[in-house]
Design a protein. Structure first.
Length: 170
């Protein structure tokens, strides 16, 4: 009787730990998508499109950045922070240029389109974190999140998703 109760308690503990870790991982995607959505609603559709396109420009500049060997490579958290800071800085520069020069405020995007583009943008950033930045050295994600973002074969599709969404929705 006691062993059955002990096994039931262990199972309940295991299920609750797995549920909380899956919830926290998916919650981070939802929070990121929500932040992108709020940005789009508050700043406007044109700047939101500029942000998405600047992420691509930031990625391109990051991959060819000639001074990567000067960035710290250990410990893992410091390497992650320096890589992400470089990517954010390069994306911010291209965002500023795009916002001033190219993007119009007359883009027609509804609320549903903004939600879809926000989710695709969050997926883009998670795929980037998995495949480009050393985020797995700092944080271990659940198998469900790993199944979505860890395979290299999905990387192209996650990176392409916001562009396809922009093409289809604007």
């Amino acid at each position: 009787m006691n062993t059955a109760l002990t096994q039931a308690q262990q199972l309940a503990t295991h299920v609750s730990i797995n549920f909380s870790s899956i919830t926290s991982d998916f919650l981070s995607i939802i929070i990121l998508a929500g932040a992108l959505f709020i940005f789009a609603r508050y700043i406007g559709r044109g700047p939101f499109v500029a942000l998405i396109v600047s992420l691509y420009s930031g990625l391109a500049l990051y991959t060819i950045f000639p001074f990567m060997h000067y960035l710290p490579s250990a410990p893992a958290r410091t390497a992650l922070i320096s890589d992400v800071a470089l990517f954010i800085g390069l994306s911010a520069i291209t965002y500023t240029i795009l916002r001033r020069v190219v993007v119009s405020d007359f883009i027609s995007l509804g609320t549903i389109s903004l939600v879809i583009l926000s989710l695709l943008g969050a997926g883009f950033l998670f795929a980037l974190a998995y495949q480009v930045f050393p985020v797995r050295a700092v944080h271990s994600f659940t198998p469900a999140i790993n199944a979505l973002f860890a395979p290299k074969t999905y990387f192209f599709w996650w990176i392409s998703a916001p562009l396809i969404g922009l093409f289809a929705l604007t």
